[in-house]
Design a protein around this ligand. Structure first.
Ligand code: SIN
Length: 528
């Protein structure tokens, strides 16, 4: 039971979870479930920075307009405007906490910190800490969280499901400790900050991506999910079959990096007038097409013309990491390939992170706020984490204590399912998703994926009721059902838009497109 009946439980310790914890803890006690220090969510791997209107030469309308263009007709304009307007104050707040953003050395600069450019942005508006912004922000926030007396950090627990009362309100989370023991954390309010679902795919830009666990936990309580078909593939992950995933930031193209085909020729200018700085969906699709055409397993990203000093100055992390993998980026082009990076959809929320389930909120990549529409613009994600975690905190600070309805019953099974079997099945899910639901999706591939995933669910469902809870099993079961919902969304969208490209319906369809909205009960049978 909570130490206080007014406890807020935050699941996930990336930037969204850390910001929320700090912003709420002045008024309410907080328990923050954070992965181990090494993991710290996808935020830690974000290189580029945070998009915000900071330069006197930029303005809110321009940032809103660029976001709407990248979102390809599906952004919720109110969410876009809200997010963009929160940007400057959120950056001021981070500066007040001591985040070491990179200063602009130019004495004539119109803003004291260096602002870089990325795809889709018509202005320099990305504030950054060298090329390791996520790490710098996470580490600063984490130091404040560790010192805060009202925040209880739990790094020993993994949430495997949410707890509901008979009125359908969320009342906390069911967790497993490091020995597999069940721990029920009760809370007045629960916030998911669990990250996205890139882990449904085989190749990703971060080493240990979430598989949509938070999305599915919310769906189990009846929450609405939206826009799952819009999975973003970052155009430039280092092609390194023997190494862990490593992102090559879009800021590299922002500062002048060029994409080259196997013959050393630029191919982006023929695809889009914005060339290397077109939105990510356009660039990732062009690279995919180029790889299909040439039969090669990567393209090249060339920065040699920027000069060694500029490369080392702007991209010290990328320069050093590539050197450690045997690539001197000042002297040779970088082999790159698109990889799953960011989920533009998630648990539907309002502008304060409230989901459709009472007393359950969602912030960060797990949430579908309407900001990204059909394609997220670079560096809008950390901005979204900040804007929505802070607005969610403002709402929860003043929330009243919940009523006293009894909890729904839950009985764990006792049969063990070997971890290796869970991992093998999760790997099968990833293969299916990567083969048929990636950058290009055909009708036939989607139908086959739907069938193969349904078969897996059919096989697994009987064991689930009997199974002893384990983290790998929970992860698999969440991932499998989220993959099925993703395929259902992709099949339902009879058009190509943003990140969803289906050559069997290659054009925009509806002139007034709607987000896709669905529930776990839309799967047949509804239980699996
Ligand atoms: C990057 O630096 O390219 C990644 C940041 C983002 O996804 O916005």
């Amino acid at each position: 039971m909570p130490d206080s009946p007014h406890e807020t439980l935050i699941i996930g310790g990336g930037i969204a979870g850390l910001v929320l914890a700090l912003e709420i803890a002045e008024r309410r006690p907080v328990t923050l479930l954070q992965p181990s220090r090494e993991a710290l969510g996808a935020s830690r791997w974000a290189q580029g920075g945070i998009a915000a209107v900071l330069s006197p030469d930029d303005d809110v309308e321009a940032h809103v307009a660029d976001t709407l263009v990248a979102g390809d007709g599906l952004c919720d304009e109110a969410a876009v405007r809200f997010t963009v307007e929160q940007g400057p104050a959120a950056i001021e707040w981070l500066l007040s906490l001591g985040v070491p953003f990179t200063p602009d050395p130019d004495p004539e600069a119109r803003y004291p910190y260096h602002l870089t450019r990325e795809g889709g942005h018509g202005a320099r508006r990305i504030i950054h800490a060298d090329d390791a912004t996520g790490r710098a922000v996470v580490e600063t926030l984490r130091q404040h969280v560790e010192r805060h007396p009202a925040i209880r950090l739990r790094t020993d627990l993994t949430a495997i499901g949410l707890i509901a009362d008979v009125a359908g309100h969320c009342r906390g989370a069911r967790c497993l400790d490091e020995n597999g023991g069940l721990v029920e954390l009760m809370a007045a309010d629960t916030v998911l900050a669990t990250g996205g679902a890139s882990g449904l795919f085989r190749h990703t830009t971060s080493p240990d991506p979430a598989c949509g666990e938070g999305m599915l936990m919310a769906a189990e309580l009846g929450a609405e999910l939206m826009n799952l078909e819009f999975q973003q593939f970052h155009p430039t992950c280092l092609f390194d079959p023997d190494g862990p995933p490593f992102l090559i930031s879009e800021a590299v193209r922002g500062e002048g990096g060029l994409l080259l085909d196997a013959d050393g020729r630029r191919f982006m200018p023929e695809v889009d007038p914005r060339a290397e700085l077109a939105p990510r969906d356009v660039v990732a699709r062009a690279i995919d097409a180029e790889m299909q055409r040439s039969g090669r397993d990567h393209v090249w990203l060339d920065v040699r013309h920027l000069g060694e000093d500029a490369i080392r100055h702007h991209f010290p992390t990328i320069h050093a990491y590539c050197a450690s993998r045997g690539i001197d980026i000042a002297r040779e082009p970088i082999p790159v390939v698109p990889a799953a990076h960011y989920s533009c959809g998630g648990v539907s929320t309002d502008l304060e992170g409230a989901t459709t389930v009472p007393r359950l909120h969602a912030v960060g990549e797990v949430a579908g706020t309407g900001l990204h529409g059909a394609n997220r613009m670079a560096s809008n994600s950390l901005l979204e984490c900040l804007a929505f975690a802070r607005s969610c905190a403002r709402r929860l600070r003043d929330a009243s204590a919940p009523g006293d309805a009894p909890l729904t019953s839950w009985q764990p099974g006792t049969s063990p399912v070997p971890d290796a079997e869970c991992q093998a099945l999760l790997s099968e899910v990833r293969t299916i998703m990567s083969e048929s639901v990636a950058i290009v999706r055909h009708d036939a591939g989607l139908a086959a994926a739907e069938e193969r995933l349904a078969e897996l669910a059919e096989r697994l469902a009987p064991c689930i009721a009997e199974a002893r809870p384990s983290v790998p099993l929970a992860r698999l079961w969440h991932a499998l059902r989220l993959a099925r919902l993703t395929v259902a969304s992709a099949r339902a969208r009879r058009e190509s838009r943003g990140l969803h490209f289906n050559p069997d319906c290659p054009l925009h369809g509806d002139p007034a497109p709607q987000p896709s909205r669905l529930y776990l009960s839309d799967l047949t049978p509804a239980s699996h």
